[in-house]
Write a protein that binds this ligand. Structure first.
Ligand code: HEM
Length: 400
């Protein structure tokens, strides 16, 4: 049992070895709407129960996104990014971009996603060992989002590096300082500018061209609005699905009975993907800000208070998920909140992420069924993304 006042959810070291699920369990039981003070900063509420995460997400009038979605106001806090907006501006942008993400459009992408996945596995199949994160898990979302946006594939590793640097300030490998992250953002802006200039001359069938052409509430997107859209899409499309695949593979390697069950009965794949989403919860939290004095589960909240919603804790809430610390590829029902607790900001890429996950695990388990750990796993140092940077694996080599 830990002293709850000793835990700081703003400190990345709290998550560096593992997500502290035992602490979340204690919070759900003893202090489900918990105050986390800060030496420098206003402090914030930590919401850990499933029902409270849902109620707060859905009540977007009392709990706004427009003051930022991270604890720290200065990080990624641009008011020009859709995730940091409230209605009506948010609604206009969301309607615009969702045209590219309808379930029908995503279904149409399946053959292409499978083709990309096959080539990724081909590239490591004969080696018998690889880094599952950099060579497999990161590659699929990166290639898919590059293509959707209209980024040439040759530039994708540069995009991967910038995206890592922007999200992982404080991780010694990716982005040790804020300066590195700021420089990466400036370089992305410049890159987006060049891409835009090109598409103005030569429109193509990609998101950049659609966004350039589009109007929101009768107005075209301004350059900076466009640039922030670009950042949001590369980060949201990259840093999340990668960790679904990495963390999902790790869960299968650590639970060989569940892997066997899935190989023997591939019809379990959709429920297995939902279980991986619940189990991993790649985005650990987002923040809201109270717009008026209110309450959550009886706890008084003052206007202006920051409220953080811990999706990974909600996804282990024993009142909604029986035996929550068991990884069960057949778990049904499984109404996890890995994509958010509902409301206007619910993940736009959910169908795409599910598709990528399903196709990747179908191919991975078919071709490398005996994949196993071959060295220490290295975790991302972050209080926002539940990330893995490297997983050395080995397997029986197979033909391309
Ligand atoms: C496993 C993969 C993914 C996870 C776990 C995930 C999770 C989330 C979460 C928790 C939110 C915030 C929900 C809220 O505040 O209520 C979100 C929003 C968003 N996601 Fe995802 N996401 C994933 C993949 C993707 C992909 C592949 C894309 C796009 C290509 C994407 C695009 C977005 C966008 C644009 C938003 C902001 C939506 C808004 O503000 O209206 N996500 N995602």
């Amino acid at each position: 049992m830990v002293q709850l006042s000793d835990i700081d959810f703003y400190n990345p070291d709290t998550f560096v070895d593992a997500v502290p699920y035992d602490v979340f369990k204690q919070l759900r039981r003893e202090d489900p709407v918990h105050w986390n003070p800060q030496k420098e900063g206003t402090g914030f509420w930590v919401v850990t129960r499933y029902d409270d995460v849902i109620a707060t997400s859905v009540d977007y009038k009392s709990f706004a996104s427009g003051h930022g979605v991270f604890v720290d106001d200065s990080v990624g806090g641009s008011e020009l990014m859709m995730v940091n907006m409230d209605a009506p501006k948010h609604t206009g942008l969301r309607n615009l971009i969702s045209q590219g993400f309808t379930p029908k459009m995503i279904r149409r992408m399946e053959p292409h996603v499978r083709d990309i996945t096959t080539k990724i596995i081909d590239s490591i199949a004969q080696k018998g060992e690889c880094d599952l994160v950099t060579e497999v898990a990161a590659e699929l979302p990166l290639q898919v989002i590059a293509e959707l946006i209209g980024i040439p594939q040759a530039d994708r590793h540069q995009i991967f590096e910038w995206s890592n640097q922007m999200i992982a300030v404080g991780d010694p490998e990716y982005s040790p300082t804020m300066e590195v992250a700021t420089k990466a953002a400036a370089e992305v802006f410049e890159y987006a500018g060049t891409l835009t200039a090109d598409r103005r001359e030569n429109p193509k069938d990609d998101l950049v061209s659609v966004l350039l052409d589009a109007e929101v509430n009768g107005e075209k997107l301004e350059d900076m609005e466009f640039n922030f859209f670009f950042i949001l899409l590369i980060v949201a499309g990259n840093e999340t699905t990668r960790n679904l695949i990495s963390g999902g593979t790790l869960a299968l390697m650590e639970n060989p009975d569940q892997r066997r069950r899935l190989i023997d009965d591939p019809t379990l794949m959709p429920s297995a993907i939902e279980e991986m989403l619940r189990w991993v919860t790649p985005i650990m939290y987002f923040r809201r800000t109270a717009t008026a004095d209110t309450q959550i589960n009886g706890q008084q909240i003052k206007a202006g208070d920051k409220v953080t919603l811990w999706y990974g804790s909600a996804n282990r809430d024993e009142t909604h998920f029986p035996d929550p610390d068991r990884f069960d590829v057949g778990r049904t029902p499984n109404a996890h909140v890995a994509f958010g607790g509902g409301g206007p900001h619910f993940c736009l890429g959910a169908s795409l992420a599910r598709l990528e996950g399903r196709v990747m695990f179908e191919e991975l388990l078919r071709r490398l069924p005996d994949i196993e750990l071959n060295g220490p796993v290295s975790r991302l140092r972050s209080y926002f993304i539940n990330g893995i940077k490297h997983i050395p694996v080995k397997y029986t080599p197979v033909e391309r």
